[in-house]
Design a binder for this molecule. Structure first.
Ligand code: BES
Ligand code: MN
Ligand code: ZN
Length: 492
């Protein structure tokens, strides 16, 4: 779908969308169409429950005196915020496609003080909801595909809206990349092919470095390499660097778990639902999409993105429960369950990141534990942190974007559950507190650098459509962390 901004429009076909504030208060554009149609809109409102409340909409097809095919009234309530306009835009997409509209003109002339910003958010919401991963559907007929081709957002100061839209479009591009990566099947997206996709960010000025198994061996990354050793695919560690601030400004770092498929290894997972483990690279997908967003909008920050890419397979060469591996930090780990592999990958990725880049902080993202889904379901992501400022900034970014996060505890008593006789630690805790013991494990590899760990197991994939996110890969984390950077770390 193509989006443009215009100061006026008089569509001869397709749909027109106009706003109504709570209490049936038509905006100017709506009043104009009501007049043209001899009061049809007013009548339609009277004949229905629609009165302009937030979230409501009312379709009026083929009104007399109006050239467009359809007029859609949308509720602006008592005014909408940024997320409200994004949701409004997103909600239009299935309505328009459902009716078969090819074009739409959306009039933004009420519901906010800053109308250009509102228009930009509405446009971003439309694009986010229009995402579709359909490259492998070869038998879909034309009427099963979305009809919408072109959206014109009509707003007085179209130039200002275009300006406001630019950084949002960059973030939408990042979200799209993440959703694509997460949606790809694991026979197509494996460590090397994922690394090749990340390498394409160099087109945007991102410096990309790929470490192969030989290089990782030299660095002593026994924890990460152990996970990949049962796979015929080579493990990879990819470092992406965006330098948008002055050269000597301390970087910030994002680290992602990129298990391109998690069978559980020798501690094999049950068969039903195992196909879902193609999205066990969700953390790495978010880091890659985030780097794209930051580079595309030329963020004024120095940012490192590190992704650990491995495939966790059972095989004659696979890691066994009982194996002891030595991580890059020098700490030894006794493997008690080969399905607790994400923390092993992150252990070396985090250690490498803090040692090599000395970041101001590190945030890691991982589909790390099923226990996180038990605790928080599919709404909030859980996070753990050793730093209150970083935590507060994350929570604020969550509120601002609607990608909500909930802080969970870290404590010595949980850390003790990782004790084992054979090595410095084992890779699982006890039966309880599975997400917390996983976080405690990671904390042993952050070397006291300010750090937050986001367990995105419950929010990386969605079984249902929501306003700006069609079901499937959500890219949860890209908008959140883009906002974290924009609001806190770009003042040069
Ligand atoms: N990738 C899984 C976690 C996961 C499960 C994410 C379901 C999304 C949906 C992770 O590698 C894993 O297998 N974790 C184990 C840890 C356990 C062995 C301590 C788990 O959560 O069961
Ligand atoms: Mn696992
Ligand atoms: Zn996993």
């Amino acid at each position: 779908m193509k989006i443009s901004f215009a100061a006026s429009a008089s569509p001869k076909s397709g749909a027109i969308v106009v706003g109504v504030e709570e209490g049936c208060k038509l905006t100017l554009a709506a009043q104009e169409i009501d007049k043209q149609s001899g009061g049809t809109l007013s009548r339609a409102m009277k004949a229905s429950r629609f009165n302009g409340k937030k979230g409501q909409s009312l379709q009026v097809s083929a009104p007399n005196g109006v050239q467009a095919d359809r007029v859609i009234l949308v509720g602006l309530g008592k005014g909408l915020d940024e997320q409200g306009f994004q949701a409004l835009g997103g909600g239009l997409v299935p309505a328009l496609n459902g009716a078969g509209d090819k074009d739409v003109a959306v009039f933004v002339d009420g519901g906010a003080d800053d109308l250009p910003a509102a228009a930009a958010n509405l446009a971003a919401g439309m694009q986010l909801r229009s995402y579709r991963f359909d490259k492998y559907r070869t038998q879909e007929t034309a009427d099963q595909k979305p009809s919408l081709r072109k959206a014109t957002v009509v707003v007085d100061n179209a130039a200002a809206a275009r300006r406001a839209f630019k950084p949002l479009a960059a973030v939408v591009d990042g979200v799209t990349l993440t959703r694509d990566l997460v949606s790809e099947p694991p026979n197509v997206l494996y460590p090397e092919s994922f690394a090749a996709e990340a390498a394409k960010l160099s087109e945007l000025g991102v410096k990309v470095e790929i470490l192969n198994e030989k290089k990782m061996q030299k660095l002593g990354m026994g924890a990460l390499l152990g996970v990949g050793q049962g796979s015929t695919r080579e493990s990879q560690l990819v470092v992406m660097q965006w330098n948008g601030a002055r050269a000597n400004a301390q970087p910030i770092a994002f680290v992602g778990k990129g298990v391109t498929f998690d069978t559980g290894g020798i501690s094999l997972k049950p068969g039903p639902g195992m196909e879902e483990m193609k999205w066990d690279m969700g953390g790495a997908g978010v880091v890659t999409g985030l780097m794209k967003a930051l580079a595309a909008r030329k963020a004024k920050a120095n940012v490192i993105g590190v992704i650990g890419l491995v495939e966790n397979m059972p095989d004659g060469g696979a890691q066994r429960p009982g194996d002891i591996v030595t991580s890059m930090s020098g700490q030894t780990i006794e493997i008690h369950n080969t399905d607790a592999e994400g923390r092993l990958v992150l252990a070396d990725a985090l250690w490498y990141t803090q040692e090599k880049y000395k970041p101001r902080f590190m945030v890691d993202l991982a589909t790390l534990t099923g226990a996180m889904i038990i605790a928080l379901g599919n709404e909030y992501a859980g996070f753990f942190s050793n730093d209150d400022t970083l935590s507060d900034n994350l929570s604020a970014a969550g509120e601002a974007t609607g990608e909500k996060v909930w802080r969970m505890p870290l404590a010595d008593a949980y850390d003790k559950l990782l004790k084992t006789d054979g090595a410095d630690m084992k890779n699982i805790g006890g039966r309880g507190a599975g997400s917390i013991t996983a976080a405690q494990f990671l904390q042993r590899f952050v070397n006291k650098v300010p750090w937050a760990h986001l367990d995105i197991a419950g929010v990386t994939w969605s079984g249902k459509d929501s306003a700006i996110t069609p079901k499937g890969a959500t890219a949860f984390g890209v908008r959140l962390l883009d906002r974290l950077v924009a609001d806190n770390y770009e003042r040069s």
